[in-house]
Design a binder for this molecule. Sequence first.
Ligand code: BEZ
Length: 250
Amino acid sequence: MEWNAVLYDNKHDFVAEYGKDLLEFIPKDKKQVILDLGCGTGTLTAKLTDFCNQIIGVDSSQTMIAKARENLKNIENIKFQVCNALDLPFEQEFDVVFSNAVFHWIANHDMLLKNIYYALKPTGLLICEFGANGNIAIIENAFAKACKDFGYDYQSKFHFPTVENFRNLLENHKFMINKIYDFDRPTVLKDGQQGLNHWIKQFFASELKAIPETIQAMIIRKTEDLTRKKLWNGKEWIADYRRLRVIANK
Ligand code: BEZ
């Protein structure tokens, strides 16, 4: 997926906003070294500097890393690096691997956990949160139906595991699980009536790209019609987010 870093910062900053809840799980040890895996434009990376001596933010998107560097150029103990989560060049370097709203973009969770395990120091901590099974099911089902009505096939590119599946994976990689649970996080989308439209344009951009603009607009309108009863409260669109949260030691 090609990321629009400006749109992401302006319209979808709730991603980092909610991620702040995760910070409470970080040990208060100023000497630690942290990896922010999938750091985006660096909003949470900046917050993580309060908890460490050194932090590296990595993201597979050049655009996101460029924006993160620009946003945080005055902070000394942060480094940013373009890097794929399935190809991390780190060996026993981090006390904490932190990741918010990233794992659901990655198909191979097995390889991902292998890389993270390798990157952590002995007894290092994985703190992560991402989409759980059922995340955005109402939006995706409606979008798939709307696409179908106009002759297009929607295949989800997301990976939202169950707690059981992810627990098994963690255990296979010898992580010691402190916490693993899922929960609903209804998420207000910005921009009132336009909220779902903007969300769809950002996150289904690669699917929409292949469709003529007039049809795109009809698909989005149909998706709104199909979800209005459940996701529109008269003032705002509320996306049906569900989170899976994990705290686990190497
Ligand atoms: C999420 O954070 O759950 C999410 C964001 C964009 C697309 C799909 C899921």
